[in-house]
Design a protein around this ligand. Sequence first.
Ligand code: HH2
Length: 269
Amino acid sequence: MPPFEIMGVVNVTPDSFSDGGTFDDDAAAVRHARRLVQEGAAIVDVGGESTRPGAAPVPVAEEMRRVVPVVEGIAALGLPARISVDTMKLEVARAAVDAGAAYVNDVTAFRNDPRLAGLVAERGLECCLMHMLGEPRTMQQDPRYDDVVSDVKAFLEERLAAAVAAGIPEERVQLDPGIGFGKTLEHNLELLRRLGEIAAIGRPVVLGTSRKSFLGRITGRDVAGRVHGTVATCVLGYERGARVFRVHDVAAVHDGLSVAAATLPPDGP
Ligand code: HH2
């Protein structure tokens, strides 16, 4: 694996927190994916259901209508990048994989539908298993942990074991602490401070800080002004062992991580 990989976000939703409604035309979303790959994304993550705090669930047929044509369009370009589908639903994932996706990013880590693990196993896909406390509708209502890092780590170890038990080779699994998913500002900061403990599980850690509200709490910036804060978290996260960075601003993060990688010993941090 290269020193780091960037997963560029392609949201095809009317209501995503930072770019909702921007790419609700399929052709625009496909063009955006091409641009993200040109800027350095190794993975493009196509999502048709917002998971922002308070978001309402999207019916399967509507999520498929949003996601599948965009995955097809990206696959037709033959870009040097893997296509990921950001979904918790089996039917959406299956249709996206048939259309060319090779990676399943499930923010419920196969808890919403355990059959998703079977699809990943059968089709030889990669997956990202993410920690979330509760569900998007309610997750920011007073989240509590004994110790956020130990709790998230134990959860990810348990979900990794479940994925392996379902027949997914460990090498195909990446793990994500789920920044902002049922976490206060202090929980997010503690996870970033002690990210090395999550990396110690031994699987690549995916970090999703891009433009999130905790950056706004620190910098006072609105969503569009959080690029520099995003780069800072990615560089620090890289030094603490994260390897995959799910971001909207691929060019800026690619520059930051390239500089960070050049300053580290060749065998990594
Ligand atoms: N964050 C979001 C969505 N999916 N997947 C992973 N693995 N990690 C994350 O941190 C993550 C994720 C939320 O960001 P975004 O897609 O920009 O917003 P929305 O959920 O409103 O579409």
